[in-house]
Design a protein around this ligand. Structure first.
Ligand code: ADP
Ligand code: GLC
Length: 478
């Protein structure tokens, strides 16, 4: 089976969040199970081509007309772990010093990207069985294939899957986005596939035209068909219910494995967690805390976005700062959260440390060194950090929502509990959950068994990779 996987970010080359982790590990898993996989992503100027051995593919420059203007791009590539990575190089659009922008031509950047993928495949005469499109940055592809490239026999048998990693981001732009992408003016019909509240909405278009729509956990697949979680697209999704598959993300167990992790000072495993205490000591040192191996330590690694429920954390530590506990936060994002976290840390430097940066090595140390990991998300399509934490024996305290509900079982289930969860996005419920974690910390034997259970669960792509293959096979048959 030939799979063309289209994504706006991908580990190890470029990452802002979990989509990059998934794009880095799922294609490798698919290739491992016998598929031929090409991954496409933009060549942002933040990607260091020398470090990653990315090379000019030697093809002549391509050109594309976007809204009456001709834009050129070239192809770069790199083979790694059985996967061919194709990079669309268009400095005009991707030389902005960051992955996503709020520039007026943000829509054009990903219109070029998507046309470019199809143009390169035409040049290479490579015939995908499946186009696996991820998020709004790739969600015009199904419509492009059906409405603009249908003349080309090359794509005649190809089927499309759209994976929604986060319905909070839909690619909503001015109506002329539709014509810039080459669709006829008449396709912008009120209530139609291209229109949403008077604007263009790329994700909505993808949901209409994809042969299958998937999302990254079974619970989120249900949630997004409701007004509370659907971000305005619940109606559209409901119309194709049954066709929306929830496949839980896996994690890259080569990168996130406490027994082999090269980014942490001490390795450990479920049978001997002594290394974890040593990592905690290193983390305490890095945070500038004095001693305190026996004080419960909470960790957070997160984009600081509305989605992540940082308000609850701020309120909890403001109200409970006199208790015997500590917090280390690593994150970056919205200024309001950065400012409030910084303020809290400056008022209580002996208990709270905040790193406002992106730092993969520190993310690994926090995951390994903290006792508990906080993730009180308003919504969470899947969430990877709770799975990393479980793998590292760091007990997650999470809201029971989306993928968090599918991976964290509360310790009120004495046999199966691997973490602590709370239901409503309400302060009192979060507070009760954190207070329960403090009680758990005191019960050493129970705490050890909860940690061990988390560490022993298999979060690798073995199962989920197979589920994607089955989904591909299903639509290829239909
Ligand atoms: P989301 O994609 O919504 O941000 P996920 O839990 O799926 O949430 O994935 C987030 C990924 O980004 C994880 O791999 C996490 O470790 C990483 N990450 C987030 N913020 C930072 C940061 N400041 N430094 C390092 N890694 C980070
Ligand atoms: C998104 C979601 C996150 C998910 C990730 C990868 O960014 O917010 O929950 O784990 O995509 O699918």
């Amino acid at each position: 089976m030939k799979i063309c996987f289209i994504t706006s970010e991908c580990v190890p080359f470029v990452k802002t969040g979990g989509l990059a982790d998934v794009s880095g590990s799922l294609p490798v898993a698919l290739s491992g199970s016998g598929a031929e996989v090409k991954v496409f992503l933009p060549l942002y100027d933040t990607i260091d081509i020398k470090i990653y051995g990315i090379e000019y593919a030697g093809l002549p420059p391509f050109s594309i007309n976007i809204g009456g203007e001709t834009k050129e791009f070239e192809l770069f590539s790199r083979r790694l772990n059985g996967v061919e990575y194709n990079f669309i190089d268009c400095p005009h659009y991707f030389g902005r010093g960051k992955v996503y922008t709020s520039d007026a031509d943000e829509n054009e950047r990903f219109i070029l990207f998507q046309h470019a993928v199809l143009k390169v495949l035409q040049y290479q005469k490579w015939q995908p069985d499946i186009f696996h499109c991820n998020d709004w940055q790739a969600s015009y592809i199904p419509a492009l294939l059906k409405l603009q490239y249908s003349w080309d026999k090359l794509f005649e048998k190809s089927k499309t899957v759209l994976s929604i990693h986060n319905i909070g981001y839909q690619g909503i732009f001015e109506p002329d986005t539709v014509t810039k992408a080459g669709f006829g003016e008449s396709s912008f019909v009120l209530g139609g596939p291209f229109e949403f509240n008077g604007n263009a909405n790329m994700l909505k278009t993808g949901i209409y035209y994809a042969d299958a729509v998937s999302t990254v956990s079974p619970t989120y697949a249900e949630e997004i068909t409701t007004p509370e979680f659907g971000a305005g697209l619940d109606g559209v999704l409901k119309a194709r219910k049954g066709n929306i598959k929830g496949i839980l993300n896996g994690i890259d167990v080569a990168e996130w494995n406490p027994a082999a992790d090269e980014l942490i000072p001490f390795n450990y495993n479920p049978d001997d967690v002594s290394g974890k205490m040593k990592n905690k000591a290193e983390l305490l040192k890095a945070a500038g805390f004095a001693g305190g191996g026996d004080v419960p330590l909470y960790g957070i690694v997160s984009r600081l976005a509305w989605q992540k429920g940082i308000e609850l954390v701020l309120e909890f530590f403001e109200k409970n700062i006199e208790k015997n506990l500590r917090l280390v936060v690593l994150g970056s994002g919205e200024e309001k959260y950065e400012t409030q976290l910084k303020k809290l840390a400056s008022e209580h430097p002996e208990k709270i440390k905040v790193f406002l940066e992106y730092n993969n090595k520190l993310a690994h140390l926090i995951t390994a060194g903290a006792d508990f990991f906080l993730m009180p998300s308003r919504y969470e399509p899947c969430g990877l950090n709770q799975m990393y934490s479980l793998n590292y024996g760091t007990v997650p305290v999470v809201r029971k929502v989306g993928g968090l509900a599918d991976t964290v079982t509360d310790i009120s289930d004495k046999e199966n509990g691997n973490g602590i969860n709370f239901a409503g996005f309400v302060y009192d419920e979060f507070e009760e959950a954190v207070l329960r974690s403090l009680e758990l910390f005191k019960d050493k034997a129970f705490m050890s068994s909860v940690m061990k259970r988390g560490m022993e669960r298999d979060f690798s792509w073995k199962k989920s990779g197979g589920e994607y293959i089955r989904l591909y096979e299903e639509i290829l048959k239909s």
